[in-house]
Design a protein. Structure first.
Length: 384
């Protein structure tokens, strides 16, 4: 019960930014004495810090309590199909340092060495005291990454090594950190729930457009990972065409499909670094029709998802620049009004707020959330 109440206090403070003890007691339903004991312990653990006293009209000044940015750290690692990142995140979810690499295809041995070097470098920059506050490493990566070699344009044998890879175990041994593995789309969704626009909705479906497209779902303000941790692998949603053939969403609503479009008339099409904003301007002639195609398939996917769960919102994010995201969201909103949605309530369609950092921030923050905080449903029940 003490551990639960400590998580509740930390969650409330994180949700509001800062709170006085009286506010913590009111919002949590705990007695003033219990809150005093809990806060004293959290201060001793350096997880909470006191701000400047706030003087009201009467009585003693209240002292706001905030999360200590240096109270805990987590490492995030993203393994993508075209790029990888290693970040250090503090207790507020702020990225303190980052290392990135791009590549043609994800080689497990090369990426293991990149991850080991990146984690060691970030940890070496910390003081001894800070190093002791690193609670673990969260890897965000696609499920079954060895599938779809043809889509990436690489021989099947190049990805097969991932099937039996001991990536997480070897990274843990080499860096002396506890390592957890999460689905990258679900992790990005969790980051949007914790730090982005998702906090305003009870339920939403989330799409993250990268080399492939993935996503996640939130139900009752809680990230839903699913039975195997791969809930809402939205890129595998199946579409049937007039000729009876079937394809998956990822073949139409992904940066991969843009890459293939560019490659038809540009030799370096498969080597474009789409994380660089200038490339979206340079290839605007291909980006324009691609956006229309993505908007169509996303609108259909959103309509289909909302026929199963009455989502309040659909949140769209990805590796593209903000202006491209705004454009895509507007097109999806328009396309939703044009498709047959009888019997379905159309959700809000908005852009995500984290962009390229969503997946790696999600990997690190999930380690932090699972260690120190409560899920959002409990938090909002307490607030109400």
């Amino acid at each position: 019960m003490k551990a639960y109440n400590e998580r509740l206090v930390l969650s409330l403070v994180r949700r509001h930014g800062s709170l006085a003890k009286a506010d913590v007691s009111r919002l949590s339903g705990l007695s003033a004495q219990a809150v005093t004991v809990l806060i004293r312990g959290l201060e001793e653990d350096q997880l909470l810090v006191r701000g400047e006293p706030r003087r009201g009209k009467v009585g003693q000044p209240s002292i706001p309590l905030s999360l200590n940015p240096d109270g805990a750290y987590a490492v995030g690692v993203t393994i993508g199909r075209r790029s990888a990142d290693v970040v250090l995140v503090d207790f507020l979810g702020q990225v303190r340092a980052r290392r990135s690499v791009g590549y043609r295809w994800p080689d497990p041995e090369a990426l293991l060495q990149f991850a080991i070097a990146g984690v060691r470098e970030l940890l070496a920059a910390l003081s001894t005291g800070q190093r002791r506050r690193v609670i673990g490493t969260g890897i965000a990566m696609p499920g079954r990454i060895w599938e779809w070699p043809a889509e990436l344009g690489v021989p099947e044998t190049r990805l097969e090594a991932w099937r039996d890879s001991r990536f997480a175990e070897l990274l843990s041994d080499a860096t002396d950190t506890v390592v957890f593995v999460y689905n990258d789309g679900t992790s990005a969704c969790g980051a949007e729930l914790a730090f982005g626009e998702g906090v305003q909705y009870h339920d939403f479906v989330y799409f993250f457009v990268a080399t492939f497209i993935g996503g996640g779902i939130v139900l009752n303000r809680t990230l839903y990972p699913g039975r195997t941790g791969n809930a809402a692998t939205l890129g595998t949603m199946v579409f049937t065409h007039d000729n009876g053939s079937t394809t998956q969403l990822l073949h139409h609503a992904s940066v991969l499909s843009l890459e293939q479009r560019v490659a038809k008339h540009t030799p370096e099409g498969r080597d474009v670094n789409w994380q660089a904003p200038e490339q979206w301007v340079r290839h605007r002639a291909d980006v324009e029709p691609w956006l229309d195609t993505v908007a169509h398939y996303l609108a259909v996917a959103i309509g289909s998802a909302c026929s199963i769960v009455d989502f309040e919102a659909a949140i769209i994010d990805g590796i593209f620049p903000d202006d491209v995201k705004v454009d895509l969201v507007a097109r999806v909103q328009k396309r939703l009004t044009e498709i047959d949605q009888k019997g379905v309530t159309s959700p809000d369609v908005i852009g995500g707020s984290l962009g390229q950092t969503a997946r790696v921030l999600g990997g690190a923050s999930r380690v932090m959330m699972e260690r120190y905080f409560l899920n959002q449903s409990v938090l909002f029940s307490s607030v109400s």
